[in-house]
Structures are given as structure tokens and as C-alpha cells.
Design a protein around this ligand. Sequence first.
Ligand code: SF4
Length: 294
Amino acid sequence: MALPELRLRENVPGDFFVDSTCIDCDLCRQIAPETFRDIGDQSAVHHQPETPAQEFAALKALVTCPTASIGTISHRSAKEAVAAYPELVDENVYFCGFASESSYGASSYLIVRPEGNVLIDSPRFVVPLVKRIEALGGLTTMFLTHRDDVADHQKWADHFKAERIMHREDIGRSTQDIERRLTGRQPIELAKDLLAIPTPGHTRGHTVLLYRDQYLFSGDHLWWSETYNSLNASHSVCWYSWSEQTRSMESLLDYRFEWVLPGHGRRIHLSSSLMLEQLERCVTRMKHTSRAAS
Ligand code: SF4
């Protein structure tokens, strides 16, 4: 629970505030940009919500915040905001909210499909979200893009008896019971509509998931940058190999998709041709960065 005594001085006066435990995951700024802003390495309230829509968005940010750093002096009820998740992004693809501190506030997603629902990366295991996912048909599969965003995967898998899928190169102590381990660097068809594409670079076993040639769940490999107004990857958060990540990015040019749904960073929806243009520019920049670094 956010503590008024830890309230950041950058917050404007009023009911909503961010306290000093904020880890700068960016989610509140994505969910409620009218209320929260970047103050360097944390977020703060720059404008108190005035309309019901702004208040609802701010409360959704409050329940999604991985560190419970957002609070209200009046202890407003967040019941409706809790019930908003999973929140529809497009067609049958949902954003789960309820980010976990152990995955540094990574976004997780749910695909609702007749063949069985798929959870991509792990939100916090909380009862309201569990119940909502039960009502949407439960889970048959958990796809874990990489080692950093696994959070409460064990609890989700145990509860729903879901099969977890992850690349073998990213298996660690907390994921040693993963049911299905992917190997190699070739794409693997998990189902007619689901393609796992190994994208080593950010981590050795990073893998993205392409759904229906439309939605790319990109983990920490690729995201939309509001700052640069472009698809982006960053050398500064590449934990394994930037040259590998550049090659992995180039291999994505063989695929078509309209959405990029990342773990960290902003999601984006473009036509497949514009997405391809963006991806080509991203690869070019990455190659330039590689040359500059060598
Ligand atoms: S969601 Fe929470 S941790 Fe993330 S930037 Fe906002 S206040 Fe900070």
C-alpha cells in the first residue's frame, strides 16, 4: 500500500499520489497518461483526475502498479478497476494488468481461443484475475518469453494445470519444472495459429510468440518507443548479446504482423507494411549501434 509519508514531492496536491517506492516501470503512464508523468527515474501525479474516465484510468494504474506505489488519501475503492482486468486490447487479445515486481512490472497478455487460452508471461497471481480468467475459459498454455518475466508462473500453472513453454536456454532454478522446453533457433509451430520464434539477444533463450500472423508478443526483444516514435530495442537492456539480438531482429523481417505487444515499453498497432518499414529501420539502427560499439 502506498504511504502518504513517502509521497514524492513532485506530485501535484490532491487525492492521488505516487510514493518513493516507484520503480519506474512506466505502466501508470501508459494506462493513465492524463494523471501520471515521468519525473526522471520515477513517476508522479502531474494532474489529478477530473472526469470519471480519468479517475477510472488512474485506479487501473493503481491496481496494475507492481510495487503498490500509487495511493489515494481518501482510500478510494478500486473494485471496478480490479474487475476491468484482463482488459481487451483487440479481438480476443487481452492485457492482464496486475504487474509483478519480480518481473519489474512487465506486461502480460491473454489470448482467448477455442483451442485453449494462452497466457503470455506472468501477471501477479491474484484471486480477482484468476476468477476472471476462469470465466474466460481458464488456461491451457503459458508462454514465457524469457527468464526475467516469469513472476508467479508456478502458481498459474498449478492452478490451471497449464503447460508452460519456454526456451531451454533461459531455464533457471525457478523454472526448472517447465513442461515444454524449446530448443534451437528455428521457429516452432506450437499450433496452427501460434508460432514460437527464438530471438536470442536480450537473453540467450529469448523467444517471441506470433499469433495468427497478426500479433507479435515480443517480450523484451522489441517495443514501441514514444520518445523516438519508432520500433525500438536497446543496447542498455541487452543482457546477452547485442549482435545476436540484431540478427534475431533481422530474422523477424520474414514475418508479417500488425501488433507488437511487449513486456516492457509501449505496444503498437500499425498496418503490416508500416510495421515492416519500422522493423527495417530498427534493424538498420541496431547494425549502426553494433558498428559504433566495435
Ligand atoms: S506503475 Fe507504479 S512502479 Fe510503475 S511507474 Fe507507475 S508508480 Fe512507478
